[in-house]
Design a binder for this molecule. Structure first.
Ligand code: ADE
Length: 360
């Protein structure tokens, strides 16, 4: 991009930057690297409108690396609950503890050190170095990919091949290698989010319109190519099993999803399967007979590339729960119905419990 376009981009951003809880009122100010790390990690895969409240609550409870490092994992999960991708929360805590132990709670200021930390990849490291420390470091997220794809008419995605990935990163390095690179990086993210949108791009408001090859060819909405081919559909059943003493069965490990935390039992099943006591009950070591089996309807859920359609079955057992134990490599634990919301820190399980009317 020429310096004239970059200047236009900066001016556009300074004038149009939205007010966001992690953004100082003067977008040219240095920022707290901890706040950049947390907000940018939350913003991966989650929309700005959702992240705003999560970020504000998080920063009130964990205002710096040291406070976070001292927290219990369970509490950290509670503040993450609903954002999905729980490995991100677990990694954030691990990294906070490492940074507290090894760097006196100060986020490192080199790419090498940052990328060595759990959960910090090329994007997050670039964001911390550039947005907080104003170093001329590149970032590449979905917004920048869309903008570059359109500006330069790139009909491939970074994940297509190593060369494709390098092409996009080279464009990203080019715009960030500048004393005001931090502004270019954030301006491009903002441009992608608000103007150079996936659907209905607003080219008439774009400061890079005259540079944009897709715009010149009238092809903006067709770029970048879609990644629909990566999507995987999953249809399955989620079981809400309640014992006679009002406890709910939860499982840790050994299942398709949620292998690092307790979740409701679930398994792949055909659409329109007949409702009855599923054979899978035996996998969890349940020998009690069912008093009631109810089809509670279904909910949709996404985990990484999996688009899930989840049928919920509520099963009331005639007999009581039992002590925690391991069965078929799964840790089985019955939890009090009254504490289900606190005990299950994932929105997948909570959606099922709601449909089964176990929680309001
Ligand atoms: N998306 C992710 N991070 C962002 C940021 N800092 N500004 C605008 N959009 C973003």
């Amino acid at each position: 991009m020429f310096s004239r376009e970059l200047k236009r981009l900066r001016d556009w951003f300074i004038k149009n930057a939205a007010e966001l809880p992690w953004r100082p009122s003067d977008v040219c100010d240095f920022r707290d690297p901890y706040a950049v790390w947390i907000s940018e990690t939350m913003l991966q895969q989650t929309q700005v409108s959702t992240v705003k409240d999560y970020f504000t609550r998080w920063m009130k409870r964990f205002p710096n690396v040291k406070t976070l490092a001292a927290a219990e994992e369970e509490e950290v999960f509670k503040y993450w609950q609903g954002l999905g991708y729980y490995s991100r929360a677990r990694n954030i805590l691990k990294t906070a503890r490492i940074v507290t132990e090894n760097c006196a709670g100060v986020m490192p200021a080199t790419r090498k050190e940052l990328e060595a930390l759990p959960g910090i990849g090329a994007y997050t490291a670039g964001a911390i170095l550039s947005l907080a420390y104003h170093k001329p470091e590149a970032i590449l997220d979905g917004n920048l990919v869309r903008v570059f794809s359109r500006l330069y008419l790139l009909d491939f995605l970074p994940m297509d091949s190593r060369d494709s990935n390098e092409t996009y990163w080279n464009y990203a390095r080019e715009v960030s290698d500048h004393p005001k690179g931090f502004l270019h990086n954030e301006a491009l993210m903002e441009l992608g989010r608000t103007t150079c949108k996936v659907k209905s791009p607003e080219c008439e408001n774009c400061p890079l319109r005259s540079e944009c090859k897709a715009h010149a060819e009238g092809l903006t909405p067709s770029f970048p190519p879609s990644k629909k081919h990566l999507q995987k559909d999953w249809h399955g059943t989620v079981l809400v099993i309640e014992s006679a003493d009002n406890k709910i069965l939860t499982v840790h490990g050994g299942q398709k999803f949620f292998n690092n935390q307790f979740a409701l039992p679930h398994y792949e099943s055909p659409r329109n399967a007949t409702v009855g006591v599923p054979a899978e009950m035996a996998c969890y070591g349940i020998t009690e007979s069912a008093e009631l089996v109810e089809d509670c309807g279904s909910f949709k859920h996404s985990i990484t590339v999996h688009k899930m359609d989840c049928q919920v079955l509520y099963i009331k057992l005639a007999g009581p729960s039992c002590e925690p134990h391991i069965k078929n490599k799964m840790e089985i634990r019955w939890i009090e119905k009254a504490s289900a919301t606190e005990a299950l820190a994932n929105s997948f399980s909570l959606k099922a419990l709601k449909l089964a009317k176990v929680i309001p």
